[in-house]
Design a protein around this ligand. Sequence first.
Ligand code: MEV
Length: 323
Amino acid sequence: MERVATAPAKAILFGEHAVLYGAPAIAVAVDLRAKVALNDADEWRLNGQPLDPSENPHLSSLIRWASAENRPQDIHVVSEIPIASGLGSSAALCASIGALLEGTPSSKERIARAAHSSEVEAQGGRASPVDTSTVTLGGAVVVSNDQWPGIEHCWDVDLSGPDGDRHWAIHSLSLSPQLKSIPLVIGSTGKGSSTAKMVASVAARMHESDFRASMDRLVTCAEDSIHLLLEGDPISIGEAMNRCHALLREIGVSSPEIEALIEAALPYSLGAKMTGAGGGGCILALTQDPDSCAHAIRCAGGEAFITTMGAEGVRIENFSENL
Ligand code: MEV
């Protein structure tokens, strides 16, 4: 029998890249979803083709995890989430498959851990649990080195990677009703980029003292921004988004396409920044005028999605349900 699950896209509000170097990150689930259907099969297949793990690095570790207890599956994916765009499309895919193979939505920690292991493998050992925990838990998620006082702690993740040992605490944060009511416009450049390459390019420059100083400023910016987010004042949060974007530009992960969309969105926004690994992908604009902001992004050559923050995490669907 066909089994169906969906998972949301994620948008990192603060802390991308810096979360791999000691900063906290906060990400929200947004209401664009990937839908995955699984059917028992004789071999692993993806959208009708035999699945080649080397061409789908995000799935290879997940399939090894699944194969211990499951028959091969025919995986069919329909997604509203632009791929390779910093919105967690592969995390949503892994979480949906994990939820279906787990068979019970109550084991979110196991699902998120399996999905994170897949991302670690695909990203050459450098992957934080931000994307996978956000698409699994939904809502808003804070990932930090240590437990953050006053926020619900969910679980911890340890990783030994090429840059040493990392420890992260995963938290689930309730967004204030005021923040949830402010639209987040996502502008997609339409240019995909590889997270693995972007994180490797940052790691390769961490020995340069100027670069390291910029990263330290980015870490501080992310820390300050989390405090502002907890206080919940949209104007301060917008200003913090602008400051963080300037530092992400400084470490070289922005691109001309991203800058064009930021420039278009800013006159209609409380703040705007790139999101995810960069080098292409998407921007986020926090705005009280989403239609004008989306129109400006489209005029600048981007695709625009008007979303709200705090979507539900991965869930198993009745197979007849639509996205
Ligand atoms: C990717 O969505 C975010 C990065 O910080 C990488 C990671 O956290 O694994 C660039």
